[in-house]
Structure formats: C-alpha cells, structure tokens
Design a protein around this ligand. Sequence first.
Ligand SMILES: [Mg+2]
Length: 213
Amino acid sequence: MLPGRHGAGIFDELHLPALPCDTEWDGSIAYLDRDGVLNIGSPDYINNVGELKVLTGVPEAVGDLRRAGFRVCVVTNQSPIGRGLWSDERLSMIHDELQSRLLEVDADALLDLILYSPHVPWAGSPFRKPESGMLMAARQLLESSGRIDGFDPEAEFHEARSAMVGDRRSDLKAGKSHGVRVFHTPEHIGLPAVLSRVLDADDEGDDIMSAPV
Ligand SMILES: [Mg+2]
C-alpha cells in the first residue's frame, strides 16, 4: 500500500535539475494539493485530459515558488484508481498534460515531484490525506536528490519555509501532521490566492478549521 509516483517507481532515484537563478535549495518544499489548487476540481474527479482546466495564474505561481528556492511537490488523492474506475496510465496522461501546460506559460514551472494515493478512503492507507505519509515520502525523495552533498540522514527535521497548500481540511490536516505551515485556498482561485503568504516566511499559515471538509 504505497503511494504512486508520476513517471517513476516510488523507490527509483530522483534526479532534479538545479533550481532557477542558481538558487540554492534550503530544504523548503511547497506541498500542493492538485484539484482546486492547480486546476479546477470536480466532485466526480478529473477523469481525462479533456477535463483538466488549469487555474489562472498557476503556472507563474509555481514558477515563483521555484524561483524563491522551493521544491514543488504535488500530493493528490486519486481513489478512482483504487475503485477500479481507471488506471495509473490514465492519471499519468493527465499529469503529463498538466506539466506541459505549466511549462508552456512559465519555463520555471516544473513540478519537481508528483505523488498520488490510489487508495480508497476505507483502506486506511497512511498515504491518503488527511494522513501525512505522502508528504513524508516526498521529503525523503527530495532530500535524497537535492542534498546528496552533505545530506545527513540523522539531521533534525528541517523544512525551513515548507508549506502545504490545499482547498480541503484533509490537506491542511496532512500538512499539520507533517509539521509544516498550512494554507487554505479557495478552490476557484487556487494557488495564486496564497502565493505571497507562502513566500512570506513570517506568515505562520492558517488554522485547519479554516478549510471546508
Ligand atoms: Mg483539492
């Protein structure tokens, strides 16, 4: 019962390009929910590439996060796979399309890592939000890639300015459990609504209860 990873196996090594502007990575990760944060969500899931609608300003916002030194990681619940409605391959096509639409607008808008939970809610997976397993897996992958020189696996938990952005309480719960700042964004606006707050290291984030269930 492991999370899925776009474009690779969960245990494969992660090779990342340098951040834009030669920014040195300080360990900060922007964990982003997908639906309602990057693209318009739907109660019936995003089932194919044709249903994917990127929210206004999202490519530039993802680019701004990386230009400010964040690694960007999408963490998304995708129970249709566990329900047998469609496959990992279908999801992969959607994520390829999402990535290319971001890069079309902003060449820095790379999604460094995309993890997804294919599990149904009743499976009790530690990788399905509101649990924080996907965020923990993401941190391990990103740190193993980005800090090969001088990376100390015994180092104290350190995520600098890390933050979780989501439109639902389950996103915020996962972020809180993981120990990072959490930001609620209205689903019809998404990431651009909270970008300046995420970039402000003095902003302590939102309360879990500020987001709808
Ligand atoms: Mg969402």
